[in-house]
Ligand binder design. Structure first.
Ligand code: C6P
Length: 408
């Protein structure tokens, strides 16, 4: 039984007022989620009682900190069904995961004439690292188009995946359309032409069960801050044999086994890719977030978001002049992006904010997607474990007020 009132009570921020007498209606979880008390307490407890640097000291606190840090890695590995914890690399965020693969795997493996396939619905994090690489290495980037309803043009995969494709990197869930892409089908199509497959799971790991073995993907990246965890940490999952063959990304402490004046020998996985003092408190916070989400059940979270999203899409579609972006029904993850004829999305967000309603407006770091749609920006309301229908009702009422202000 999904006890929404108990879940809401887990998030201290949900009872705050953003202006005097104006309670928060938080509909911006896709940008960054709020944090349950258990995550705040886990980090606070760590800093109060067990903080020390990891992997270095022989003293008690360092041992405790190391155990907690590496324990979080095991938790994350289990959460995404990674076969081994050393396949879980702690990075700064999903963005850094893409940069790591582009920098390390890309520079070691790609030659002029090679192709990387992306899609037209990608976030800049899964575009720009490859664009930097393409400019440097003479490789070609191709983009699988989306259809008018915001789903990928799967019927055109054969045209875009060729024997020159070395990597297909795509999002599991679009942060603008909400489209839930058929990950396994896309991975299989990449493998069928001998390419690797990388999944942008920033908008899927927080919201639905993740199984990297079931996906059969080669790399997968996501961020902690969108899944109830702290900012400053994310995860790159990589197949062990690929990670083992890749050169280091950043150099410094923790990622070496031995250093001389002539060079260095890199550390084993996963530390080969974790240079410098790592994100210890953040990993512990992420571990607590994983425990929290697992306690709610990822399937239950997904079901809850499906029903909230259906409710929202239905209610929003009745507002005159409002155009919803993205597919209908069950292919749609927990968000709703839209435009309102005659009103700039920033004005929508600004007016809603006065009523305590937090949504995102702009290009959502997906400028090419908006360009393809012929618009420069959209408004987006996004939902999470704690979203209730009453908050959608507030949004709808707020949008009617926006229409009044603009005399529509
Ligand atoms: N999207 C949004 O409001 P970082 O910034 O590294 O934590 O996550 C990057 C990222 C990658 N892929 C997808 C699909 C994403 O949605 C995001 C982050 C936020 O949509 C912030 S721009």
């Amino acid at each position: 039984m999904y006890d929404i009132e108990r879940i809401r009570a887990d998030f201290p921020i949900l009872t705050t007022e953003v202006y005097p007498g104006v309670p928060l209606v938080y509909l911006d979880s896709a940008a960054s989620s709020q944090k349950p008390l258990v995550v705040l307490e886990a980090m606070d407890d760590y800093y109060r009682h067990t903080h020390a640097n990891v992997h270095r000291g022989v003293h008690r606190l360092s041992e405790l900190a190391t155990t907690a840090y590496e324990g979080a890695r095991v938790q994350v590995a289990e959460f995404i069904h990674a076969p081994a914890p050393e396949e879980v690399i702690f990075v700064g965020n999903a963005t850094e995961g893409f940069n790591l693969v582009a920098y390390s795997w890309g520079r070691a493996n790609l030659r002029p004439g090679d192709e990387i396939l992306l899609t037209e619905m990608e976030h800049h994090a899964n575009l720009v690292p490859w664009q930097i690489l393409a400019a440097e290495r003479g490789i070609t980037l191709r983009y699988l188009p989306f259809r008018d309803d915001g789903t990928l043009a799967l019927e055109r995969l054969d045209e875009f995946l060729t024997e020159r494709t070395r990597l297909f990197s795509f999002t599991a869930v679009s942060n603008v359309f909400g489209t839930i892409n058929p990950v396994r089908q896309l991975v299989d199509a990449a493998h069928a032409v001998g390419a690797l497959a990388m999944v942008d799971a920033a908008q899927s790991v927080p919201h639905m069960p993740t199984d990297v073995v079931g996906f059969d993907c080669d790399f997968l990246a996501f961020s902690s801050h969108k899944m109830c965890g702290p900012t400053g940490i994310g995860v790159l999952y990589g197949r062990r044999e690929l990670l083992a063959a890749m050169p280091p990304f950043l150099g410094g402490g923790d990622m070496i086994r031995r250093v001389t004046f002539d060079g260095f020998i890199p550390n084993e996985l996963p530390w080969k890719f974790e240079a410098g003092t790592p994100r210890i408190a953040e990993a512990i916070g992420l571990g607590a977030a994983v425990t929290y989400l697992s306690g709610l059940g990822l399937e239950a979270i997904h079901q809850h978001e499906q029903s909230i999203t259906a409710y929202a899409l239905e209610a929003l579609s009745e507002i005159p002049g409002l155009r919803l972006l993205g597919p209908p029904g069950t292919q749609h993850g927990g968000l709703a992006s839209f435009t309102l004829e005659g009103v700039h999305p920033h004005d929508i967000a600004d007016i809603l904010d006065k009523s305590g309603i937090a949504i995102r407006a702009g290009h959502h770091c997906a400028m090419p997607l908006h360009h393809r749609l012929g618009i420069s920006a959209s408004a987006r309301a996004s939902f999470y474990v704690h979203t209730i229908p009453a908050e959608i009702d507030h949004l709808v009422a707020g949008l009617h007020r926006v229409r009044e202000v603009f005399r529509l």
